[in-house]
Design a protein around this ligand. Sequence first.
Ligand code: ZN
Length: 150
Amino acid sequence: MTPDLGDLYQEVILDHNRQPRNFGALPGANRRAEGFNPLCGDRVTVQLEMQDGVVQDIRFQGSGCAISKASASMMTESLKGRTREHAEEMFREFHRLLTGVAGAPDAAALGKLVVFGGVREFPVRVKCATLAWHTLRSALENAPDIATTE
Ligand code: ZN
């Protein structure tokens, strides 16, 4: 990892932690899942509005460390307008980026998310960074009709 990427990593994490994007409830959601990382105490709820296999809208809520929050925030930014297949591909590449399992990640597919490569230096934080993505995957696997209070 180059020092520049390390600086960028810090900057991006701090920025998204301070001002999380797409944070809050999503009234039109038809997919939802909750995730918990007991190692750190991070909790996240991901809500999706899927239409014809495309992520129309996505928001998250929860509380946790800066990395978990920044990761969820950047995930929502990266996935809006993407197909389900594309979202799953990004998850695979992101997982590869953080764990090094199954070879080198496709940087082009990851886009801005490559800054999370810095997390690899802190193995205990990998679960913080992947929590939102694991939660996303269970949300995508959910049946479309979720219970709502509306
Ligand atoms: Zn954490």
